[in-house]
Design a binder for this molecule. Structure first.
Ligand SMILES: [Zn+2]
Length: 176
């Protein structure tokens, strides 16, 4: 560990710049102190008092014990950080895997619907479709017939009426 007296004097003279933190190799805290003028001078004053005690009032054993505890705490913090990082990595991996599986499942579903000639929305692949016939909607109060899951052959038959198909799921509409 660093010389406690040097640590104290650095803090006393330049603590508002966080120099004592750099001396103790607490770089992140040092940067924080530099940017905030020693935590708005409060951190500087507290550190001056603490480091004065460490340098002049504590016995050698007490100083060693204090350093040991500080080191342990720092290690624990690092360990926790590492755990959190690996957990986040794992979650991201699972998410990617799930996305891949969903993508493949959707691809299979679309291929199956094509094979069975089931009509589906080209945008969201929903089979909840509405057939909108303009002539019908004017003549009668009918806006459209739901053709959910109707085989393409029937939908193909409807195309001769020159209408539009609207997806009930995403609202996408297209001409037949
Ligand atoms: Zn859709």
């Amino acid at each position: 560990m660093k010389d406690k007296k040097i640590g104290f004097y650095l803090c006393l003279l330049l603590g508002y710049l966080g120099i004592h933190k750099y001396y103790e190799r607490q770089i992140k805290q040092g940067i924080l102190y530099t940017l905030t003028a020693g935590l708005f001078l409060i951190g500087w004053i507290v550190d001056c008092i603490t480091l004065y005690k460490v340098a002049f009032k504590m016995s050698a054993e007490e100083v060693i014990e204090r350093d040991r505890i500080l080191l342990e705490k720092a290690k624990e913090k690092e360990l926790l950080k590492g755990q959190r990082r690996s957990q986040a990595k794992e979650r991201a991996m699972l998410k990617r895997e799930q996305y891949k599986q969903d993508f493949l499942a959707e691809k299979n579903r679309v291929a199956q619907m094509k094979k069975e000639k089931i009509a589906f929305c080209p945008k969201c692949h929903s089979t909840s479709l509405t057939y909108v016939n303009k002539r019908l909607s004017i003549g009668r109060a009918v806006v459209g017939d739901i053709v959910a899951g109707v085989p393409g052959a029937i939908l193909g038959g409807l195309s001769s009426k020159k209408g539009k198909v609207k997806c009930l799921n995403c609202g996408h509409s297209w001409k037949l």
